[in-house]
Design a binder for this molecule. Structure first.
Ligand code: G1P
Length: 289
């Protein structure tokens, strides 16, 4: 099993980040000095992925522009001797082979993934949700790819969340296989605490076999009246082997304001250009609070 392709669903309306996301796609908001989507693409590339499909909608063309060349800007930067900026601008366009398909209708995550059917063909593929940025020593997608390859199975990235928080996620029924890896036998989307299978929630990363597409074609609308990926995965884990990886790393939900600010602070603290200054700034501010 070799995972060469990834799908990034990025067709949401960004309603949790309005008014900023009225005309700027939430995936294009800056996380320190790069747009959110670039972190996701870089994670996929770091997992050995070459071809990436972004599922977009009609309001997201800023993303295609960002991953394209920009000759006027590049010439200007070159003439001005701004080599660092030129390299960064160019690098974004050369990260991977990026393809796009529009979801056309907002019918849920499962429907967005189903739009990748022609792109994926019959290969296993990774899914990286466009809102979820990971900070990890080893890229989270690589952790999943290695588990999927080892077990010849689909893999979902999980972490434990509080019982009160589980209703924001999908809860997974697991039995241990080895340290940090579990077999998956069931799951449900956004359960009430009394309906959850475990505190392990799927957090934004998947490696799936192409069998998911036939399943998604027949999935009925579920939670929120949408075609849920979780409902498709529930069927997939009954038909084929699936593992859950309790991944090492921290996940940030950049689709809401608090998560976005947490990620901004942590990434800015890590960044060589901003880290030392931000540390001093936070310390001086903390004294005033
Ligand atoms: C989606 C998925 C859910 C998952 C969550 C976090 O929900 O439907 O199963 O647990 O992402 O990755 P959303 O955040 O889009 O409501």
């Amino acid at each position: 099993m070799k995972v060469r392709k990834a799908v990034i669903p990025a067709a949401g309306l960004g309603t949790r980040m309005l008014p900023a996301t009225k005309t700027v796609p939430k995936e294009m908001l800056p996380m320190v000095d790069k747009p959110v989507i670039q972190y996701i693409i870089e994670e996929a590339v770091a997992a050995g992925i070459e071809d990436i499909l972004i599922v977009t909608n009609r309001a997201k063309s800023a993303m295609d522009d960002y991953f394209d060349y920009y000759p006027e800007l590049e010439t200007r930067l070159n003439q001005a001797g701004k080599d660092k900026e030129l390299n960064e601008v160019r690098r974004a366009a050369d990260l991977a082979n990026i393809f796009y398909v529009r979801q056309k209708e907002t019918r849920g995550l499962g429907h967005a993934i189903w739009r990748a059917k022609r792109f994926v063909g019959d290969e296993p593929f990774a899914v990286l949700l466009g809102d979820d940025i990971m900070r990890a020593a080893k890229p989270v997608t690589l952790q999943l790819v290695e588990a999927a390859e080892k077990y010849g199975a689909s893999a979902v990235g999980v972490q434990k969340v509080d019982t009160q928080a589980i209703s924001r996620y999908s809860s997974v029924k697991v039995s241990p296989l080895e340290e940090r890896i579990f077999a998956v036998s069931d799951m449900n989307e956004k359960p009430k605490p009394e309906e959850m299978f475990s505190n392990y929630a799927i957090l934004g990363r998947y490696v799936l076999t192409s069998s998911i597409f036939e399943i998604l074609e027949n999935v009925k609308p579920g939670y929120g009246g949408e075609i849920q990926l979780t409902d498709g995965l529930r069927e997939l884990c009954r038909q084929e082997k699936m593992v859950a990886v309790d991944f090492e790393g921290r996940r940030y939900d950049t689709g809401n304001l608090n998560g976005f600010l947490e990620a901004t602070i942590d990434f800015a603290l890590d960044h060589p250009d901003t880290g030392p200054w931000l540390r001093r700034f936070i310390k001086s501010r903390a004294g005033e609070l």
